[in-house]
Design a protein around this ligand. Structure first.
Ligand SMILES: Cc1ncc(COP(=O)(O)O)c(C=O)c1O
Length: 398
């Protein structure tokens, strides 16, 4: 009865986890949620005020499918200032979240059977988005022993005549890795020489720490820019997850085609959110700096605590708001009478025995890990890690 297309799509493990949490909370269990990839901060007041003003001024009608001209121009200003990327307003599409920008891009570029290279560990939705576009995901697994460095040689090995695109995400969810300029440059050249596109998800671009620098791959040369669709959004940097606003920048022909698709699916994004987004981009960035400082404090604290727990081993990755400790030393052990077989078993163990929620690495194609999000208060992170430490220290034979 259901389409083949939808039957191929797997439900998200993170959504299943949310259901499990709700059931536990309903029976009164107090859970520390270090699983959620959503800023705990409120949207900055100047952005909220801009939305209120938009409503009071009756800015409540359809906008252009590709987004209001004012917002697209603000995005062009931002791209030149922050990313050294020169685009005109007709090379930008505003979307309902970065999610829609990604789906639009894949749907616009891919034919059935095309291959899209996917770097893992990766965000849960990418594989399913690629499958939705009827392309085939081709996985390249990065090595945690090398700080999840972008491995160009591994990528070279999977390029075929059917390779249509590569999907990258820097700073990275779930690893926190920030790709280096020379790695991106090599990848860009590979795409140019082998004639495939780069879809670059840069939604965590502002969340970098310890002097790490984000580089937009499209800024590295004109040839690379021609082959790149840069995706970004407002959810993470401006704590605007519920406003559902993102965008893509790229070659005019591709953006026009995405516009055509979006025109028949959802039309322009929410008009009020678009007005607020102009303020986000052009107004004061003080709140963003405050949030980044706070995330850095939490990151340092969490990293230090994780690496002081016997059996855990965590990379010092410098971006987004996630850390991804390796937990495989616990596999095959029995903790509180439970045999720990894999990351799912380990995450269940933490949830049920320590009341701390984390995401099993298997959700991100990283089976030896868990993902811990530090977009939660330092107080909650402390409580959570205390509980994790206590329960793991019960096992003395690691
Ligand atoms: C890597 C990555 N890309 C895109 C998104 C989606 O962002 P948006 O809320 O703008 O749709 C997320 C959200 O978790 C993400 O982690």
């Amino acid at each position: 009865m259901l389409s083949q297309r939808i039957l191929k799509i797997n439900p998200s493990i993170t959504v299943d986890l949310t259901d499990k949490l709700e059931r536990l909370q309903r029976v009164g269990v107090d859970i520390i949620k270090l699983n959620i990839g959503e800023p705990d901060f409120e949207t900055p007041q100047n952005i909220i005020d801009a939305a209120k003003k938009a409503l009071d001024n009756g800015y409540t009608r359809y906008t252009a499918v590709s987004g209001s001209l004012d917002l697209r121009e603000a995005i062009c200003r931002k791209l030149i200032k922050d990313n050294n990327l020169k685009y005109t307003h007709d090379e930008i599409i505003v979307t309902t979240g970065a999610k829609q920008a990604l789906v639009n891009t894949l749907m616009t570029l891919c034919n059935q059977g095309d291959e899209v290279i996917l770097i893992t560990p990766c965000w849960v939705s990418y594989i399913e988005m690629i499958k939705l576009s009827e392309a085939v995901p081709v996985i390249v697994e990065l090595d945690s022993n090398q700080d999840f460095k972008l491995d160009i040689d591994k990528i070279k090995k999977v390029i075929t005549k059917r390779t249509k695109a590569i999907l990258i995400n820097t700073p990275n969810n779930p690893t926190g890795a920030v790709y280096k300029r020379d790695e991106l440059n090599e990848l860009g050249k590979l795409a140019v020489n082998n004639n495939f596109y780069i879809i670059s998800d840069e939604i965590y671009e502002k969340l970098v720490y310890d002097g790490a620098k984000h580089h937009s791959i499209a800024s590295l040369s004109d040839e690379i820019k021609q082959r790149t669709i840069t995706v970004n959004g407002f959810s993470k940097t401006y704590a605007m997850t519920g406003w559902r606003l993102g965008y893509a920048a790229g070659n005019k022909k591709i953006i026009r085609a995405m516009n055509n698709l979006q025109g028949h699916m959802t039309s322009g994004a929410n008009s009020i959110a678009q007005k607020a987004a102009i303020e986000a981009l052009l107004g004061s960035q003080d709140q963003v700096s405050m949030m980044v400082e706070e995330y850095q404090k939490r990151r340092m604290y969490l990293l230090n605590r994780l690496n002081n727990i016997d059996g855990l081993d965590c990379n010092d990755t410098k971006g987004a708001f996630y850390l991804m400790p390796n937990i495989s030393k616990f596999y095959g052990k029995t903790l509180r009478g439970r045999y720990i077989k894999d990351s799912m078993g380990f995450a269940d163990f933490l949830l049920e025995e320590a009341q701390v929620a984390v995401v099993p690495g298997i959700a991100f194609h990283a089976p030896n890990t868990i993902r811990i999000a530090y977009c939660n208060s330092l107080e909650n992170i402390k409580k959570g890690i205390d509980k994790i430490e206590r329960i793991l220290n019960e096992n003395t034979n690691i």
